[in-house]
Ligand binder design. Structure first.
Ligand code: UDP
Ligand code: MG
Length: 341
């Protein structure tokens, strides 16, 4: 077995065949000059385009490349989670495999870590090659999350970040199913800081986050870190109640002074009825979102199913049965990954 890595690079992959080789080469170029041991954990999130075969090739060529392959597509956030579960480095770096997060930025994250920071997140100072719609919606999304959540989630920050192993240890215990990793790392606390970078264009292939998936993700983010949508209901109901009193009063006065037929007519009633029922249904939907998520958590299924791994010790693989308890990494140290320790 190779040296115990200091750095674990975690990259989720869903159909990135055209990017993998170049991604690997750039990781090597960024990490090797530092002169410390590292591992690259590639999580295959149910790719169907030959990405897996490519990963296996890379792992065969370079023992520092490890592969965790899911039984199906479980989603980006879950893939990242598996990478963190299996990582054994003292610092873990989350990065996309499509080269939008340039591996060349990694040494800057590491430098901050060496200064003593536990989380170093990469802040997008610019985004290249993404549609206006994506850029605007992302901007609005980050600002909304920042405003309405109880924890301090930095704006314009994706999952590209470095975390110390002590942050990873906490993260491994957080087994919620609807995951918003950037919020979860902020939640942990410790010393956190940011490093600015330019988010590049996708080198090859297309985004796996179309608008619908982005909205679902935003909903997960809000519900996992805020009760704002539930709390806003009381404000709205109070405003409507005050309004109805006022309107009642005004109409009474008008009818007394101007005659019976004033403010008759069904149109007003129908419009108001529709407006208010749409309000109510909207808030029912919101409550439903929280209820569904509660149900999701209570079933307590494993977060992911691993079909195969390459380059990871047998003991660790067997432990994926207990992935739900965050066990792979906890058990790892007992089971001889760090032989000689
Ligand atoms: N990804 C994944 N599973 C998914 C969707 C995406 O592992 O279900 C990976 C993808 O291969 C990439 C990263 O997550 O390495 C970010 O995805 P993408 O580039 O599509 O998102 P965007 O950068 O457009 O927000
Ligand atoms: Mg991308």
């Amino acid at each position: 077995m190779s040296e115990v890595p200091i750095y674990s690079i975690v990259a989720p992959v869903y159909n990135e065949a055209g990017n993998l080789r170049r991604f690997y080469a750039e990781v090597v170029k960024a990490l090797d000059p530092i002169g410390e041991a590292w591992e690259l954990l590639i999580v295959n999130d149910g790719s169907s385009d030959g990405s897996l075969a490519l990963m296996q090739e890379l792992a065969a060529e370079d023992g520092r490349v490890r592969v965790i392959s899911f039984a199906r597509n479980f989603g980006h956030q879950i893939a990242v989670t598996a990478g963190v579960d299996y990582a054994s480095g003292r610092a873990i770096i989350l990065i996309d495999a499509d080269l939008q997060d340039p591996p060349a930025v990694i040494p800057r994250l590491i430098a901050k870590w060496k200064e003593g920071y536990d989380v170093v997140y990469a802040v997008r100072s610019q985004r290249r090659g993404e549609s206006i719609l994506k850029r605007m919606s992302a901007k609005a999304f980050y600002r909304m999350i920042h405003r309405i959540t109880d924890i301090n989630i930095p704006v314009d920050t994706g999952d590209f970040r470095l975390m110390d192993e002590r942050v990873a240890r906490v993260l491994r215990q957080m087994r919620e199913h609807r995951r918003f990793i950037r919020g979860m790392t902020s939640w942990v606390g410790y010393k956190q800081t940011g490093v600015e970078y330019v988010r590049e264009q996708r080198v090859w292939g297309e985004t796996k986050y179309p608008l619908g998936k982005m909205l679902a993700f935003a909903l997960d983010a809000v519900t996992s870190f805020s009760f704002f949508p539930l709390q806003i209901m009381i404000t709205i109901s109070l405003i409507l109640a005050a309004l109805s009193l006022l309107v009642g009063l005004v109409i009474s006065v008008l009818r007394l002074t101007m005659g019976e037929e004033f403010f008759g007519g069904q149109a007003t009633t129908i419009v108001l009825l529709l407006l208010l029922s749409s309000f109510q249904l909207f808030f029912l939907f919101i409550i439903g979102q929280y209820v569904a998520r509660t149900y999701d958590e209570s079933r307590d299924r494993p977060l992911y199913v691993v079909a195969s791994t390459v380059g990871l010790p047998e003991a660790q693989v067997a432990n994926q049965r207990h992935a739900n308890e965050g066990a792979p990494s906890a058990a790892k140290s007992e089971l001889g990954r760090h032989d000689g320790e």
